[in-house]
Design a protein around this ligand. Structure first.
Ligand SMILES: *Cc1c(COP(=O)(O)O)cnc(C)c1O
Length: 373
């Protein structure tokens, strides 16, 4: 059976270039980057070159880029370790940010969560209206992982910068799909994760604008200015840098190709299942994402049937231990629990083909019609 992977927002296949660089680094550059001898210096060079290349791609200075274990750590760090104060965020953040804010709340911090519209986007003024003199942090994701809807982060960041309020953005889904530049975003903190753009799992970055008064999440030695200690992973660093370079390089070409396939998927599905609805707006959305609701169809059952036919998609939120939670993103957008549970997320990537999309649409309509019969 031909397998079709349409779950790139969960993770993406490792890019060939990243793999090659990683293999040679794993083999030959195994020193501890903190060691002063030649083995250590070689590892240090691999780490710092990667840091420089990644920094250049997001408009940052190398000293503002900190390697972490991935998006979850970066979000947690940015949210838990800023000086205390009232916080403003949205109701559609990734679990990493959402649960970090819940932890903050349990410690007594006041957290405001802004709701999106039915289109999946929050309004910049709704976020800015909540900001007061005691606000210590605003966190709004660049693009949502379930709907792909791009949030008005530039507008928010610009205003917050004028007001001197620290702004964090989770750019994990956005990086490699839309231009991400820390200055035009006006952010003080930005999270990214390598495996979402064809890099390895287990590595990401937190961008920290110099002068941002963030404390440690991880305690240890003096690595990364003592702010994010722990022995660095040269192979992960070079893999992330190589993947990001290629992702940014081909963003326009691959983006146009993927967007066209995504639009075709939506069109073909609607032709065959006329009452299927796209969740979230059509414009201002990442090129990879189609989040579709099939009225009257149980999403997790559909997902399982799709898997049996070789099509890998997602029910939006990850399912934990076989239990699919209702998506907090879709319900925040105003969908009922039932409507949210009828929704499936398809996220396309560079290795998908128009033939796969054609085949997926046929498989979907076959299953949906069968489930309805
Ligand atoms: C995947 C994802 C994360 C978590 O990143 P990991 O590297 O998997 O921990 C955080 N935020 C968003 C928006 C994501 O899509």
């Amino acid at each position: 059976m031909e397998k079709i992977y349409l779950d790139h927002a969960a993770t993406s296949p490792l890019r060939e270039k990243a793999l090659e660089k990683m293999i040679s680094t794993l083999k030959d550059v195994w020193g501890n980057a903190a060691s002063v001898h030649s083995f250590g210096r070689e590892a240090r060079r691999a780490v710092e070159e990667s840091r420089e290349r990644i920094a250049a791609l997001i408009g940052a200075k190398p000293g503002e880029v900190y390697f972490t274990s991935g998006g979850s750590e970066s979000d947690t760090w940015a949210i838990l370790c800023m000086p205390s104060g009232h916080c403003v965020t949205t109701a559609i953040e990734h679990h990493a940010a959402m649960n970090a804010f819940e932890a903050l709340e349990k410690r007594g911090t006041r957290v405001d969560r802004v709701l999106p519209g039915r289109d999946g986007a929050v309004k910049a003024e709704d976020v800015l209206d909540r900001v007061g003199p005691d606000t210590g942090l605003v966190s709004v994701m660049t693009a949502n992982n379930e709907t792909g809807v791009i949030q008005p982060v530039k507008e928010i960041g610009e205003k917050l910068r004028e007001r001197g309020v620290p702004f964090h953005t989770d750019a994990v889904q956005a990086l490699g799909q839309i231009p991400v530049d820390v200055d035009s975003l006006g952010c003080s903190l930005l999270s990214a994760s390598a495996h979402k753009f064809g890099g390895p799992k287990g590595i990401g970055i937190l961008y920290i604008r110099s002068g941002t008064g963030i404390g440690n999440l991880i305690h240890g030695g003096l690595q990364q200015r003592g702010l994010r200690p722990g022995t660095e992973d040269p192979a992960g660093c070079v893999g992330m840098a190589a993947a990001l370079e290629e992702a940014v390089d081909e963003m326009e070409d691959a983006g146009n190709r993927i967007r066209e396939m995504r639009d075709t998927l939506i069109r073909l599905v609607r032709e065959r299942v006329p009452d299927a609805v796209l969740n979230g707006r059509t414009e201002g959305r990442l090129f990879c994402n189609a989040n579709i609701r099939f009225p009257g169809i149980d999403g997790s059952a559909l997902l399982m049937r799709l898997d049996m036919e070789g099509v890998a998609a997602s029910a939006g939120s990850a399912c934990t231990a076989g239990v699919v939670e209702t998506s907090h993103v879709l319900t925040a957008m105003g969908l009922t629990e039932k409507e949210a549970s009828e929704s499936i997320r398809f996220t396309l990537g560079r290795e998908n083909t128009p033939q796969e999309i054609q085949r997926t649409a046929e498989i979907i309509s076959g299953i949906v019609n069968d489930m309805r019969a």
